[in-house]
Design a protein around this ligand. Sequence first.
Ligand code: OSB
Ligand code: MG
Length: 371
Amino acid sequence: MKIDAVEVREIRLPLRERFEISSGYSEERRILLVRLHADGETGWAECVAGEDPGYSYETTETAWHVLSQFLIPVLLGAEVEGPADVERRLSHVRGHPMARACLEMACWDLEARRRGLSLAEAVGGSGDPVPVGVSVGLQKSDGLLVDKVGGFLAEGYRKIKLKIKPGRDVEMVRAVREVFPGAPLMVDANSAYTLADRDRLAQMDDLDLLMIEQPLAWDDLHEHARLQQSLETPVCLDESIRSAGDAELALELGSCRIINIKPGRVGGLGSSRRIHDLCHARGVPVWCGGMLESGVGRAFNIALATLPGFTIPGDISASRRYWERDIVDPEFEVVDGMMTPPSGPGIGVAPDERRIDELTMRVARWPRGRG
Ligand code: OSB
Ligand code: MG
């Protein structure tokens, strides 16, 4: 297929509530949406880079720069075979997986539409509903957190992830555990600790947690291995895993027992699938993380989560957990803790173009000079 045109736009979408993690918070997402045009078909995707460089060095702004200066020019006018070819053609750019991923993913959507397949079918998954969870940001008090968790459990979510940081950890999680003794709880530190906090982190072992996600620095697999040795609770890596090579090394070193896969963080669906396959072959459970995506990005996550190795509920919540109104129709819903992947071609939900236009802060189109 020949890539005739590409569009990138930035939309601003206010979150229903502030989402706070150890490294910062977000009240309004600045989301990049990309659209690829080839052979009369369109492919959509979303770039998951955040507003600030707290989770990753990539931001909405760096992604805009790298997409428009270095990535889109390579694809424009190119005769590409499919998403794997797009990934290969962009591989000369070092880093910037979130910027690269959104073009690869738009190609997955485009190709799935051309073949009349749902994204779940195209990636090799099933059309079956998948169990999902929710990630709960840091709250002003333990009481507020307990209320929030109670609400999500009542909605049926199958896993509750609590964000932690030094000063808001063992006692806070214990307060939740005491009210909900049997709840499927886990915690995510977003790299807020060091090995010096080992004793504090070991106290988590008494709280019956499914896992502790990314406790230490994103670039220290060695220290995560030492920590995992002294913890009973499984360590799950998020920020540390950017490729199948990282996953292999982490498993080899014993840095984790579970891996969170986010397509944007690892450079796309192809890379996500390679990490999944590697873990599945070794009996290591994986689950699909989230980046506060709009419905466009959510569609990719839910499709990916239908692969057989995704045995733990992902951070894939209903549209209304994030937004007053999503930008796709229909919105994503959770019924009894399950989400059904859309069955229509490609992402299987329709981006609401009128609404998207209203939310757009800037747009760039290639070839230059059009519209
Ligand atoms: O660490 O998983 C994370 C959101 C932004 C940045 C990092 C993370 C998160 C989440 C949100 O936990 C998950 C979701 O999209 O619901
Ligand atoms: Mg995380």
